[in-house]
Write a protein that binds this ligand. Structure first.
Ligand code: PMP
Length: 400
């Protein structure tokens, strides 16, 4: 009965790892997937996560009953505080509903399903370019996806005028997907002044912000700084949605821990919104997993562990920033043609190199370096040892 099923293509991002795994070369380097690696090229479990996990394992009073549909209440409260700030008026006024979801992707998906059912405008504007899964998540939920200009290949920076023009031309009420910080794949974020202009324009046109916060703390090393864009929108009293992920900032990738928050105009609305979120979640996966959320809650609620986390998080962010400088210096030293200053200007996990698909294919074939065909490289996958190899490969790719 399945004889006519056609073979689907690999996911463009995860497919890079599939190709990498098949390569027998000992010097191969995977800069495709956005997961942190140590200087030794190994995955990292944070010490504070190990400690929290051990505590939970030792606590024999803990059981593995189902969580409620909306997840672990304590985790939800703490997650809202983390993104909106401890003294957020929206939280104090009970205008926020937060539900635990399956990491960032699941949070986006639940938010999208809710909007498709309960929001009058079904068009969502996403930046061009954006994370490859965004259009798929929103389309499958029944929203109609359009793009707004974001990146200028000429300046390798923000196309701010294009962004403003496109949002200005969007129909009133349209949903707008915003990367809270460390825009993926470009590493280009608006300045605080530009964010303020975006906020004013969106509020004046009644556009609904849907923030994707997958990198809080990872961009600047500061959890508060990386939440500024979101807090700016919440402090004006208007509505917004936020999808949070603990994949990167706690290294909890495979535990699938995240949260969706919907900021409403009143506590009464928030209660009704939450009741509808339950109806979205129940037939999808019934309720979320308990383990990862318990680890995150244990860390967020304990001031010592929280502090330990911020130190480890900053160390990850700093290592990525130092890789930017090292790669830039290595290209300078080789006299590689072109201006590479965007490598140190961009922020977050990725550098949008400006290399084209042909140059990427060359680097994979000749140097066994793997990355997405749009020229995005994960700085978190680099180390002092591998920077020279990457610089050689880039130099050869742009010189041929
Ligand atoms: N949004 C963006 C912009 C991302 O880069 C990612 C991860 N690559 C996600 C969401 C979702 O990640 P996860 O589902 O693993 O939390």
């Amino acid at each position: 009965v399945f004889a006519n099923v056609v073979r689907a293509p690999e996911d463009p991002i995860l497919g890079v790892t599939v190709a990498y795994n098949k390569d027998p070369s000992p010097k191969k380097l995977n800069l495709g997937v956005g997961a942190y690696r140590t200087e030794e090229g190994k995955p990292l479990v944070l010490n504070v996560v190990r400690r929290a996990e051990q505590m939970l394992v030792n606590d024999t009073s803990r059981v593995k009953e189902y969580l409620p549909i909306v997840g672990l209440a304590e985790f939800n409260k703490l997650s809202a505080k983390l993104i909106f700030g401890v003294d957020s008026p929206a939280i104090q006024e009970n205008r926020v509903t937060t539900v635990q979801c399956l990491s960032g992707t699941g949070s986006l998906r639940v938010g999208a399903e809710f909007l498709a059912r309960h929001y009058h405008e079904h068009t969502i504007y996403i930046p061009q370019p954006t994370w490859g899964n965004h259009p798929k998540v929103f389309t499958i939920a029944g929203l109609s996806v359009k793009t707004y200009r974001y990146y200028s290949p000429e300046t390798r920076g923000l196309d701010f005028q294009g962004l403003l023009d496109d949002l200005n031309a969007a129909p009133s009420g349209a949903i707008v997907l915003l990367h809270a910080c460390a825009h993926n794949p470009t590493g280009v974020d608006p300045t605080p002044e530009q964010w303020e202009q975006i906020r004013q324009l969106m509020r004046s046109k009644g556009l609904l912000p849907f923030f994707d916060s997958a990198y809080q703390g990872f961009a600047s090393g500061s959890l508060d700084e990386d939440a500024q864009s979101v807090r700016m929108f919440v402090s004006d009293g208007g509505e917004c949605l936020v999808a949070q992920s603990y994949a990167k900032n706690m290294g909890m990738y495979g535990e699938r821990v995240g949260a969706l928050s919907i900021v409403c105009k009143s506590a009464d609305v928030a209660v009704r919104v939450e009741s509808q979120l339950k109806l979205v979640i129940r037939p999808m996966y019934s309720n979320p997993p308990i383990h990862g959320a318990s680890i995150v809650a244990a860390i967020l609620k304990d001031s010592h562990m929280y502090h330990e986390w911020t130190v480890e998080l900053k160390a990850m962010a700093d290592r990525i920033i130092s890789m930017r400088q090292k790669l830039f210096d290595a290209l300078q030293a080789r006299g590689t043609p072109g201006d590479w200053s965007h490598i140190i200007k961009q922020i977050g996990m990725f550098t949008f190199t400006g290399l084209n698909a042909q140059q990427v294919a060359f680097m994979t074939k000749e140097y066994h370096i793997y990355m997405t065909s749009d020229g995005r490289i994960s700085m978190a996958g680099l180390s002092s040892q591998t920077v020279p190899l990457l610089a050689d490969a880039i130099h050869a790719a742009v010189s041929t």
